[in-house]
Design a protein around this ligand. Structure first.
Ligand code: DMJ
Length: 457
């Protein structure tokens, strides 16, 4: 009995230690914040060394089975390309050099594979361009130009809306059912490539795809969830700010910020007014964004999720701090329900719809923008809470694992490259001193690759 009681109190002490260790600091002063930035850097190093040990030269590390994972028959080095600028910004010089060496010696786009145009543009083209701008290594620009040339046939559809997939060697295309995110999240990367190479075709094709998407908006000003790139007709008229539409809005604002393109500003102004009119859903003190039909504006599902949580950041970046603060607080409530956020959530019923967590960055990205633009200590405090939760539930011995369920915390054998490009980067920049990155000098693409303004050649 005595022994049992001793065992119980030892267990309680052990638990107290674990939870005391897991608590984030109550208030984050400059020293505490710098310490958190150091801790994030160590987590980047930890996950990078897992990738190095078990998946070197491949797209991703599968962190539970400790195996390499590739998207296609050939690796396109997704993790090294997505990670390069984060390694540089976090001051991991040796790791950045080995990533760059791997990329310039091994990456070849001369492959007979159909790739996803949108994903390859935001991850690889974006990563190569920001890597080039940070290192001035011409080999990275050469790779970006080669990739851009191979991707261009994607725009050869009757409407100018890009095909979903393109073969990197033959230029053949396929996949006609696309969406606004896939057609409208290309201009930052192609536009930067145009400026750096003097080849204006890159800008023109990507801009046309964005404008063609915008021109198909309903009379509400909203766009739907999917269309056919051949006929240009909508296949699904459900409108929202989540996956499949999200970064279309992001790029309307950001192509104005990066290129000063006044058409983009005008398209953004019409669109954000429509989103705030038809999708914003204030509930008491809270603010959420719902679904609605793009033609009638009729209210639809009260669904929100981890992808939607980029929107507070975009609101802040475009100057709407009041809505940004409220929506980030609402997103945090979604996170706090299970100590980490689900992929999809019904905010009217406060109920999880899809319990998975893919290690997504968006809510942290929003905390980063709010910290920079609003400046209240709150955003670093909630960032510290999220970093504590993220480490507690997703870290393993070789990296970070996605979760099958935020409720049971059952893990999934996946560590997407955007963990390096975005999740770690936004955590790091949230806590690091502001001079770690001058937000006035760059615009982040949707994969968090910082692109600098370039004068037209
Ligand atoms: C990233 O690849 C990009 O942020 C994209 O715009 C949406 N989803 C993932 C991360 O969640």
């Amino acid at each position: 009995m005595k022994l049992h009681r001793m065992f119980v109190s030892l267990m309680l002490m052990a638990c107290a230690c674990v939870s005391a260790k897991a608590q984030p600091p109550a208030s984050i002063d400059a020293a505490a914040s710098a310490k958190l930035a150091d801790e994030v850097r160590e987590e980047v190093r930890h996950a990078w060394s897992g990738y190095k040990q078990y998946a070197w030269g491949h797209d991703d590390l599968a962190p539970l089975s400790k195996r390499a994972h590739d998207w296609y028959a050939q690796s396109l080095l997704m993790t090294p390309v997505d990670a390069l600028d984060t390694l540089i910004l976090a001051g991991l010089k040796d790791e950045a050099n080995e990533a760059r060496e791997l990329i310039v010696t091994r990456l070849s786009f001369d492959q007979d594979i159909y790739v996803k145009h949108f994903e390859i543009t935001i991850r690889l083209l974006g990563g190569l361009l920001s890597g080039y701008q940070l290192t001035h290594d011409e080999r990275l620009l050469k790779l970006a130009d080669d990739l851009g040339t191979r991707l261009l046939p994607a725009f050869d559809s009757p409407t100018g809306l890009p095909w979903v997939e393109v073969n990197l060697r033959s230029g053949k295309t396929r996949g006609s059912e696309s969406n606004p995110a896939e057609s409208g999240t290309l201009l930052l990367e192609y536009g930067t490539l145009a400026r750096l190479t003097g080849k204006s075709i890159y800008y023109d094709k990507a801009k046309r795809a964005l404008v063609e998407t915008y021109n198909r908006r309903g009379k509400t000003g909203l766009v739907g969830a999917s269309f056919d790139v051949v006929s240009g007709k909508w296949l699904d008229t459900d409108s929202h700010i989540g996956g499949g539409i999200d970064s279309y809005y992001e790029y309307l604002w950001k192509c104005w910020k990066l290129f000063g393109d006044k058409d983009c500003l005008a398209m953004w102004q019409t669109s954000i007014a429509a989103v705030n009119r038809h999708l914003a859903d204030p509930r008491g003190n809270e603010l959420w964004y719902r679904h609605a039909d793009m033609h009638s504006g009729k209210a639809g599902q009260t669904e929100y999720g981890s992808l939607h949580a980029f929107f507070p950041g975009l609101l802040a970046y475009s100057g709407d701090l009041p809505r940004a603060r409220k929506l980030e607080e609402a997103s945090l409530r979604m996170w706090q329900q299970n100590g980490i956020e689900p992929e999809s959530f019904d905010y009217a019923q406060f109920k999880v719809l899809d319990p998975s967590y893919a290690l997504r960055p968006e809510i942290i990205e929003s905390a980063f923008y709010l910290n920079r633009l609003d400046g209240a200590p709150r955003w670093r405090t909630i960032g510290a809470q999220m970093f504590t939760d993220f480490r507690r539930h997703c870290r393993n011995d070789v990296g970070y694992t996605a979760l099958k369920s935020v409720i049971t915390k059952e893990r999934k054998d996946s560590m997407e490259s955007f963990v390096f490009a975005e999740t770690f980067k936004y955590f790091y920049l949230l806590f690091a001193p502001k001079n770690a990155l001058d937000l006035d000098a760059v615009v982040f693409n949707t994969e968090a690759h910082p692109l600098r303004r370039v004068a037209t050649k």
